[in-house]
Design a binder for this molecule. Structure first.
Ligand SMILES: C[S@@+](CC[C@H](N)C(=O)[O-])C[C@H]1O[C@@H](n2cnc3c(N)ncnc32)[C@H](O)[C@@H]1O
Length: 272
C-alpha cells in the first residue's frame, strides 16, 4: 500500500474501530463503550443507526444485494475495510471506466440521477446506512442501471484501502452530516486528513465536489481545501464557492435546507 505524505493518517488507521461503529458481530446500535479496551478510538462522521428494513425493501435487498454491493472484507469494525482489499473495476463493474465515488450517498438520489445521465461512467456509492443503501439498490433496479455499485463502509476506510492513488475521476460529498455542536466538530468528515486522502485518490485533473447547507461547515471545508497544496479552487478570488453543480440531483437534505431558509454552498476543487 503506498504511503501518503504530509498528513498524519493515524486517525484513519486499520486497527482503530471508529466511535459510532462496532466490532463485527455486535448488535445493531453502536455503543462507544464496547469499543474501549485494546483499541484506540477515533471519531467518525456517522452514527451507525438501526439497520432494519421493511418487508418490501428486505426482499429487494436480499434479491439484488449480492450483485450490487461490493462484499468488503472487514478489519474488525463492521464499517472497516481490510487492508489490501482493492476495488477491481473488472470484477466489481465488469468493465474499466472513469470512476466517480459518492461519499454519504444516503438514499441514492444523486448517484442514480448521475448514473442515468452518464452511462459511460462507473459510480461507487458509499454509505453505512443500510436502509439508505437498500433504497439505492431499489432505485438502481427500478432504472435498470448497470454502472452503480455500493459499499457499506466508512468512506475514510474505502478511500484508504480500496482505492489506489490517482484512480478516481471525481469524489462527491453532498450534504455531509454537519455535526453542529462545537464538541462534535471533530466528527466532521471534511478535515485535513480527509482532504489528503481524497486528493491522493483523485487522478490529476480530477474533481472533488462538495455541497452543504451550513455556512460554517462550508467555510471550514473551503479553508481545509484551500490549505491543501495539490488542490486548486477554480472559484478562488471571490467567496470561493462554486455555482450549483448541474449534475447534482435535488435530495431531501437539500430540500430541507432550502425550506428552512438556508442557502446551499457548493465547493469544487481540482487535483493539480
Ligand atoms: C445528511 S445525509 C446526506 C445523504 C445524501 N448525500 C443526500 O444529500 O441525500 C449524510 C449521509 O452520509 C453518511 N455518512 C456520513 N459519514 C460517512 C462516512 N464516513 N462513510 C460513509 N457514509 C457516511 C451518513 O450515513 C448519511 O447517510
Amino acid at each position: 500500500m503506498e504511503s501518503i505524505p504530509a498528513v498524519d493518517l493515524r486517525s484513519a488507521a486499520d486497527t482503530e474501530p471508529p466511535v459510532g461503529s462496532k466490532p463485527a458481530g455486535e448488535g445493531d446500535l453502536a455503543v462507544a463503550s464496547i469499543l474501549a479496551g485494546p483499541f484506540q478510538r477515533r471519531s467518525v462522521s456517522f452514527v451507525h443507526r438501526d439497520h432494519r428494513l421493511g418487508p418490501t425493501m428486505q426482499r429487494t435487498w436480499d434479491e439484488h444485494r449480492k450483485r450490487l454491493m461490493i462484499d468488503v472484507p472487514r478489519a474488525r469494525a463492521t464499517t472497516s475495510v481490510a487492508a489490501g482489499f482493492l476495488l477491481d473495476a473488472m470484477r466489481d463493474f465488469g468493465r474499466e471506466a472513469p470512476l466517480v465515488v459518492e461519499i454519504g450517498s444516503g438514499t441514492g438520489d444523486a448517484v442514480v440521477f448521475a448514473a442515468q445521465a452518464h452511462p459511460g461512467t462507473n459510480f461507487l456509492a458509499v454509505d453505512v446506512y443500510r436502509p439508505g443503501l437498500a433504497a439505492t439498490v431499489a432505485k438502481i433496479v427500478q432504472h435498470d442501471l448497470t454502472n452503480v455499485r455500493l459499499v457499506d463502509a466508512d468512506a475514510v476506510q474505502v478511500l484508504k484501502h480500496m482505492l489506489t492513488s490517482a484512480s478516481v475521476a471525481e469524489i462527491w460529498v453532498f450534504f455531509a452530516d454537519p455535526w453542529h455542536k462545537a464538541r462534535h466538530h471533530k466528527r466532521r468528515l471534511v478535515n485535513p486528513v480527509f482532504a489528503e486522502l481524497a486528493a491522493s485518490r483523485l487522478a490529476q485533473g480530477g474533481t472533488l465536489r462538495l455541497a452543504t447547507d451550513w455556512l460554517d461547515y462550508a467555510e471550514q471545508m473551503r479553508e481545509v481545501l484551500d490549505a491543501h497544496g495539490s488542490l486548486t479552487n477554480p472559484y478562488a478570488g471571490g467567496p470561493g464557492f462554486a455555482p450549483r453543480f448541474k449534475g447534482r440531483a435535488m435530495t431531501r437534505f437539500e430540500e430541507k435546507g432550502l425550506a428552512s431558509g438556508r442557502a446551499i454552498y457548493d465547493l469544487e476543487v481540482r487535483r493539480d
